[in-house]
Structure formats: structure tokens, C-alpha cells
Design a protein around this ligand. Sequence first.
Ligand SMILES: N[C@@H](CCC(=O)N[C@@H](CS)C(=O)NCC(=O)O)C(=O)O
Length: 220
Amino acid sequence: MAVEIFWGSGSPFAWSVMLAMEVKGVPYTGHLLSFSDGDLKKPEFLAMNPRGKVPVVKDGDFTIAESNAILVWLEAKAPQPALFGSNPEDTGTIWRAVLEHAAYFQHHTHAISGAVFYKKMEEKAEEVKASAKAVGEELARYEAALEKGDWLVGSAMSAADLVAYPHFELFFRLAARPEVKAFGLGFDKGWDAYPALSAWRARIKALPGYDNTYPPHWKG
Ligand SMILES: N[C@@H](CCC(=O)N[C@@H](CS)C(=O)NCC(=O)O)C(=O)O
């Protein structure tokens, strides 16, 4: 039986997992859930993940939530191509990049996206500006890293790339909204302000199966 993925359109965490499935060539059946219809809070979903968050993966009787945990499970199930390195040094460095992204990038973009989606930009202006500054500093780090190599860690694509990429797409999409531009957070040029990141983005977009993972509600 194919692996089942419960996901939501535009969830960067679910997108990372789906990209990893595609890259590893693991067949999966997707179950697209609706945030607005409350699918993630229905008893049958909460039985799989009491936190009511996507992604969740089911493989027969085994169920697992948390995107990074899913990636590690997937790596053990389908080791090639390796996403967590093939020697101790690469594995440690990839994990460092994955954890740094969670610790220093995601919660800042989360603060900004929360303010945008809940229309609280004015109310949370200080927090939004502080987070935008932190995001800018982190993007400069990523740009510098990608000026030195094609991938975030070492010479091959890894979990570090697949974890970070969807969050960048989501952030630049948010930054392009008129109400965010009006706030003058400094990201009006979007990806174009980051040539090395843009070249990396093109490499990710060229991955096999990429189109199957693109958020459907962003299309067209
Ligand atoms: N740490 C979790 C984060 C998952 C997460 O926050 N998912 C969001 C979508 S991007 C979600 O399901 N939110 C629904 C909610 O919190 O009600 C992971 O890595 O999987």
C-alpha cells in the first residue's frame, strides 16, 4: 500500500515532506485537507495528530506527524538519494542547518504571516518589523552560503534545502502582497534581491516531481 500523506495547500512543512517523497521516488497518496473547513480539527484527523497540524504520514499501521521526524523516518525507509548525508560530518552539518532554520527563520516568518492573515499588521507593527529585520539577516546568510555552492550543505541537495525552500516561497509570496509592501519591510524586490537564492530556487524547481508538490491554490 502506498504511503499516505495528509497535507494542506501552502503548508511549507507538508511541502518539504512531499518534495522528499518525490525526490526519493516513494509512491504516495495525498489527502488534501482544508484549513478553512476545519478538517484538521475533526476527530479522525486528531486521532492521527492530536495537535491538529499537517503534515501527517500514514504507512499501514504506522502514523507519524512533525515534518522533520517524517523526513528522518523516510530516510530510513528509502535511503537513496540520501537527504541526511552519507558520513557523520555531513549528517551533523545538515541537522545543524535544519535546526537553525527552525530556530532562527521559521518563527519570524510565522509572526509576519500571522499578522498578515489575521489582519493585525498595525497592531503588531513592532513585532512584525523586528521579525522582518531578523528574516533579512537570515536571508543574507543563505545568500552568502549559496554564493559558495549549489546547495545549502556540501555538494549535494539535502534535507537542509528541502526544509528551507518552501518557507522562502511562502515568505516572498507574503512579502509581495500590497498590504505588506505598504508596510515597507524591505522585501519589495522579492527573490530578485537574492541572485544566489534565485539560482538555487531554479535548481529546486527542476527536481523530479516538483510540480506535483506545488500548492494547488497558488496555481493560475
Ligand atoms: N512542527 C510542525 C509544524 C506543522 C504546522 O505548523 N502545520 C501548520 C500548517 S503550515 C498547521 O497544520 N496548522 C494548523 C493549525 O495549527 O491549526 C511540523 O514540522 O510538522
